[in-house]
Design a protein around this ligand. Structure first.
Ligand code: NAD
Ligand code: UDP
Length: 328
């Protein structure tokens, strides 16, 4: 049985990847420190003999017994309001955490896949974004803690590939959504759906002309799975190229949820990218992959998930409490 370590396993993408790898017949070791994740996302695996969980902060030394075939490094805050609240932890998990995982991969001779992001393109001057675009990132802006950690992560991964001959894969993930996102993580889909369910107005940041391209989680997981098993070691964009402005998207959510509320406008966060759309030609050619789930289908499934949450979860404090968290 092949063995895979998935960091960030209690988070949104990590928990979906864990389910997928178990379904494919792998033995999965999940690792997480729950800083932005939720025990609920892996609760159904408690008695699964092919799953084991290690509560661990990946910025600290990592020890794993026995062999490891694959490592998927997905631990990192991913929502802007999360990484703005824990900026140093975000820099550490992308740099020190990645260094630890690359060291582990080298010691175990594992293939390692690193979760990078469309944020490495910053506020892009090339549209749609192709993998050969170097990006437009403000190193000292508030989002720099995430963007630069991820850019460093790509660099150190390629250095281990070139210097140590490590088998590495880099996925540049564009905005992905689906069940198990944290309702209060601040990202636009849970934010709008939570507002609709609580009978609040939908908050559009800026004038809503900025664009995003949303990928349903099952499509994302399929792309990542194929990339891991491919023999390509340079970065690959995985996302859904169907682009929409945030203003039009808010209208779609209003229709989908049937909310009587209106939209209200708030300040645009600093360095919020104005446009984002993946060019997925490379993924199509290399992996024979393209997204299959339309936004209408994916949004419906996601809304059904948020509707199934308890009143307590729906009204839980606006944001996760990081006050007990130390970066030491
Ligand atoms: P998430 O916040 O739901 O999951 C991240 C998980 O990592 C959480 O469970 C968190 O507790 C864990 N974690 C954070 N720091 C840790 C540490 N030091 N040690 C151990 N565990 C730690 O976010 P997500 O959306 O699932 O994102 C997962 C990965 O995918 C991240 O690396 C993110 O940068 C990347 N990504 C996601 C998206 C997206 O649209 N969801 C887009 C681009 C990139
Ligand atoms: N956004 C918004 N209202 C919200 C939350 C987000 O208008 O309540 C906007 C945000 O400014 C950004 C887009 O939606 O332009 C996507 O934001 P998200 O945090 O989901 O992801 P990212 O900016 O990382 O792509």
């Amino acid at each position: 049985m092949k063995k895979v370590l998935i960091t960030g396993a209690a988070g949104f993408l990590g928990s979906h990847l864990t389910d997928r790898f178990l379904k494919e017949g792998y033995y999965v070791i999940g690792m997480d420190n729950f800083i932005t994740g939720d025990k609920k996302n892996i609760k159904h695996l408690e008695h699964n003999p092919n799953f084991e969980f290690i509560d661990h902060d990946v910025t600290k030394h990592i020890s794993i017994d026995g062999d490891l075939d694959y490592i998927l490094h997905f631990a990192s805050p991913a929502s802007p309001i999360d990484y703005l609240k824990i900026p140093i932890q975000t820099l550490k998990v992308g740099s020190l955490g990645t260094h630890n995982l690359l060291g582990l991969a080298k010691a175990k001779r594992s293939r390692i896949l690193i979760a990078s992001t469309s944020e490495i393109y910053g506020d892009p001057l090339v549209h749609p974004q192709t993998e050969d675009y170097y990006g437009n990132v403000n190193t000292i802006g508030p989002r720099g803690v995430y963007d630069e950690a991820k850019r460093f992560q790509e660099s150190i991964t390629m250095a281990y590939n070139r210097f140590h001959g490590l088998e590495t894969r880099i996925v540049r993930i564009f905005n992905t959504y689906g069940p198990k996102m944290r309702l209060n993580d601040g990202r636009v889909i849970p934010a709008f759906m939570g507002q609709a369910l609580r009978g609040e107005d939908l908050t559009i940041f800026g004038d809503g002309s900025q664009t995003r391209s949303f990928c349903y989680v099952d499509d994302q997981v399929e792309g990542i799975y194929r990339l891991l098993l491919s023999d390509y070691d340079h970065p690959v964009n995985i996302g859904n190229p169907h682009e929409i402005s945030i203003k039009d998207f808010a209208e779609e959510i209003i229709k989908l949820t049937g909310t009587q509320q209106k939209v209200i406008y708030q300040d645009l966060p600093v360095n919020d990218p104005m446009q984002r759309q993946p060019d997925i030609s490379l993924a199509k050619k290399l992996l024979g992959w393209e997204p299959k789930v339309s936004r209408a289908e994916g949004m419906k499934i996601t809304y059904d998930y948020f509707k199934s949450l308890t009143e307590e979860e729906l009204y839980k404090s606006e944001h996760k409490d990081f006050s007990n968290y130390t970066t030491k």
